[in-house]
Design a protein around this ligand. Structure first.
Ligand SMILES: Cc1cc2nc3c(=O)[nH]c(=O)nc-3n(C[C@H](O)[C@H](O)[C@H](O)COP(=O)(O)O)c2cc1C
Length: 261
C-alpha cells in the first residue's frame, strides 16, 4: 500500500510511479486525514496489506512533516510490518531517515529504509520557487531515482538515502520544533480581490483549515504549511505576507503537468 501526503503534487507524482511499478494500491493521506477531521466518527485509520507499507511525503524542516508522523501514529497497520519511506525535497532530507527509523520503532513497524529525490522547491512562504523550465528539468531528473527505489521496494530490498545526512541538514533538523512554533502559522495568508470564491483552496486543504466566508477563504489557525492553497489557486489570488508577491506558483497536477499561469 503506497500512502502519499502532498502540498503541491511532487510527492503524489513520486507515489504514483512507485504504485505503478509495485502494483500496490495508492492511498492519499490528504484525503484520509481530511475525512478523519471532518467526520471523526468514521474509523478510517485501519489498514491491512500483506505487501509493505510505503509512505511518500515532502520533507518539512529536514524531517517527515508532523502531520505525516501523526497519521502513522494514529493508524493501525495489519498484515505486513515493513515500512518504506520515500521523500521529495528541495535539496536535502537532513535527519529525516533517523526520525523515520525512530518512529518505526515507536509504532512497531520494521524500517526498510528511506530514499529521496530532489524536486522543485514549493515553500513559497519563505523561499523562491524555480522557473517553469527549471522545475521541468528537476521533475525529469527525479524520475529515474524514484523508479529505482520502486524496483527495490517491489522485491523487498532495503533502500537508502542519497540526499540526507549532510552536517547542515542534520544540524538544521534540530531547529524543527522551533520551526513549527515560530513559522508554521496561517496569519499571513490573505486572498486578494482576484479571488473568485471557487473554493479550490477549501477543498484542497488536507487539514480542513480553510472555509469560505462571505466569498473569501478564511484560515482557522491549524495550518500545516503544505502550500496547497496558495500554490494551486487558479487566480493566484492568495498571498503569504510580502514573501509570495510577484512570485510564480509551482503546482504539479495529478496528471504530472505544471500549472502554467
Ligand atoms: C514547510 C516546508 C518545509 C520544507 N522543508 C524542507 C527541508 O527541510 N528540506 C528540503 O530540501 N526541502 C524542504 N521543503 C521543500 C519540499 O520538501 C519540496 O518542495 C517537496 O518536494 C514538496 O512536495 P509536495 O509537492 O509533495 O508537497 C519544505 C517545504 C515546505 C512547504
Amino acid at each position: 500500500m503506497v500512502f502519499y501526503f502532498t502540498g503541491t503534487g511532487n510527492s503524489r507524482y513520486a507515489a504514483s510511479i512507485i504504485s505503478r511499478i509495485t502494483g500496490d494500491e495508492l492511498v492519499s493521506m490528504n484525503e484520509v486525514i481530511r475525512q478523519r477531521i471532518t467526520d471523526p466518527y468514521v474509523a478510517r485509520y485501519a489498514f491491512s496489506s500483506d505487501r509493505p507499507y510505503v509512505f511518500v511525503s515532502p520533507t518539512h524542516c529536514w524531517h517527515l512533516p508532523r502531520v505525516v508522523e501523526q497519521f502513522i501514529r494514529d493508524s493501525r497497520f495489519t498484515g505486513s510490518r515493513q515500512a518504506y519511506f520515500y521523500l521529495t525535497c528541495g535539496d536535502s532530507t537532513g535527519d529525516a531517515a533517523r526520525g523515520a527509523q525512530e518512529l518505526c520503532r515507536e509504532v512497531e513497524l520494521e524500517f526498510m529504509g528511506l530514499s529521496s529525490s530532489v524536486m522543485p522547491e514549493n515553500y513559497i512562504a519563505l523561499f523562491t520557487v524555480p522557473s517553469l523550465d527549471d522545475a521541468q528539468g528537476m521533475i525529469r531528473a527525479a524520475t529515474a531515482p524514484i523508479e529505482s527505489a520502486a524496483r527495490l521496494i517491489d522485491i523487498g530490498k532495503p533502500i537508502e538515502d542519497t540526499n540526507g545526512g549532510s552536517p547542515l541538514g542534520v544540524l538544521g533538523s534540530r531547529f524543527n520544533p522551533l520551526f513549527y512554533k515560530l513559522f508554521v502559522k496561517d496569519k499571513k495568508f490573505r486572498a486578494s480581490d482576484a479571488c473568485t470564491a471557487c473554493g479550490l483552496c477549501e477543498r484542497l486543504c488536507p487539514v480542513a483549515n480553510i472555509s469560505l466566508e462571505e466569498g473569501r477563504p478564511r484560515w482557522h489557525g491549524h495550518c500545516v504549511h503544505c502550500m496547497a492553497c496558495i500554490s494551486a489557486c487558479p487566480q493566484n489570488a492568495i498571498e503569504y505576507g510580502l514573501n509570495s508577491k510577484g512570485q510564480r506558483r509551482y503546482y504539479l497536477s495529478a496528471e504530472g503537468r505544471q500549472k502554467e499561469g
